[in-house]
Design a protein around this ligand. Structure first.
Ligand code: C6P
Length: 405
């Protein structure tokens, strides 16, 4: 059994009042809060070790480099990458996808080729492919979803052909909570010779990910949705594919030798890490992963499913509430609209009750278009949330409904 009181004590930000009411933080899909261990690791770096990495011969630089590379090792272990060479630090999921589109896509996608995505993608996994397809004359194909917000698997399968060069799919939808059958997707895509990119921005804090068992070609995620800092994320790719890709950005650290005539690029992973990296971010990311490992995915999944079941039952019994996203395989996101209240008004009213939720299109406008809503309200849960907090949310929703009645 998870000790929620102990877990909540790890997150200092939770212990505060807003408008005289206890903070109820239910916007975890946007970004999770950070445990003290992550905050301490970042503070320690700036208080004791601050120096640039890979460059200095002095003690501080050696310590900073050891901790930065130590974080890479932790991340490689967490995702079961084959080696640290497969772990590229990026600014986050968005930059990781843009890196793949620009570098791998630029080198491998040609006129007449097809890139397959799904109707439930975040803009980060739509726009870079649209840009690439437009640039090279390729076609973007979109696999449809059903009314529950699930991928229609037969239609996805039917989209694949020898023209498909890449399948780019979200592991867990931020707008719906749907968990996609990525094992099936990867197998089918590989059968037609396509590479597969999995957008793990939402999934990585909730599900164990083993990139070798999955056999995906690229897996990307952001630390800030995994109890880590903002501005840092990771691209994990198969070494042979990364090796063959041209650099994404040029600059310091990504080179071995430079003359005005030519440049020799550095080995992996540094070939893709031009410039001074987000050192404290990487160190904080490593600590965040250790925090998750300390709890374990079995306990995390059990607790989050309990919370989702409780919130879903409350939603089912709430007059005038329509859930958007009712997939059978779903993680802890409750997206919904109320008959009488626009999601933005709802967000503002529940905020006055101390409840933080997100209202909007969640950077997934095609999902809103599919469900014919301008926006949804979204409560997203984490290990530190409680059933009592879910009750506070529903009391606040009732209040909003009464105001607009
Ligand atoms: N979703 C949300 O509130 P970045 O911003 O690069 O860390 O992550 C982008 C991203 C990509 N894919 C998915 C599935 C995501 O959920 C996100 C970020 C946040 O839902 C902010 S829009």
């Amino acid at each position: 059994m998870m000790d929620i009181t102990k877990i909540r004590a790890d997150f200092p930000i939770l212990n505060q009042q807003l408008y005289g009411k206890p903070l109820v933080y239910l916007d975890n899909a946007a970004t999770t809060q950070k445990p003290q261990s992550v905050i301490d690791a970042i503070t320690h770096y700036y208080e004791c070790d601050n120096a640039n990495v890979h460059r200095g011969v002095h003690a501080l630089s050696e310590r900073a480099t050891a901790d930065y590379e130590g974080a890479r090792k932790i991340i490689a272990g967490f995702f079961n990458a084959r080696s640290e060479r497969e772990v590229i630090f990026t600014r986050g999921t968005t930059e990781a996808i843009n890196l793949i589109a620009s570098s791998w896509g630029g080198a491998n996608i040609r006129a007449g080729d097809e890139v397959v995505i799904t109707h439930m993608e975040h803009h980060s996994n739509i726009v870079p492919w649209q840009m690439l397809c437009k640039h090279v004359g390729a076609t973007l194909k979109v696999a449809p979803i059903n009314d529950a917000g699930e991928l229609i698997i037969e239609d996805f399968d039917a989209l694949l052909s020898e023209r498909t060069k890449l399948v780019a799919v979200v592991h867990m939808s931020n707008a719906l909570g749907t968990i996609n059958p990525i094992e099936h997707i990867i197998e089918k895509a590989h059968a037609v010779g396509a590479k597969v990119l999995i957008d793990g921005a939402q999934a990585a804090a909730h599900l164990a990910v083993d990139v070798q068992a999955l056999d995906c070609d690229f897996y990307v995620t952001s630390a800030h949705k995994m109890y880590g800092p903002t501005g840092i994320g990771v691209l994990i790719g198969k070494e042979a594919i990364l090796d063959a890709m041209p650099p994404y950005q040029g600059g310091g650290d990504m080179i071995r030798m430079v003359t005005f005539e030519k440049t020799e690029y550095n080995d992996l992973p540094y070939k893709f890490e031009a410039g001074t990296p987000h050192i404290s971010g990487a160190i904080g990311f490593g600590k965040a992963i250790e925090y998750i490992q300390g709890i374990g995915f079995e306990a995390i999944a059990k607790r989050e499913q309990e919370l989702l079941a409780y919130a879903t039952a409350r939603a089912n019994g709430f007059d005038g509430l329509r859930q958007i996203g009712t997939a059978r395989e779903k993680a802890c996101v409750l997206s919904f609209v109320l008959d009488s209240v626009h999601p933005h008004d709802l967000g503002t009213i529940v905020d006055r009750e101390g409840v933080a939720i997100r209202a909007g299109h969640h950077c997934a406008m095609p999902v809103m278009q599919f469900f014919k809503v301008p926006a949804t309200a979204r409560a997203s849960f984490s290990i530190y949330n409680t059933e009592a907090e879910v009750d506070v949310l529903f009391n606040a929703l009732k209040k909003a409904q009464d105001i607009f009645a």
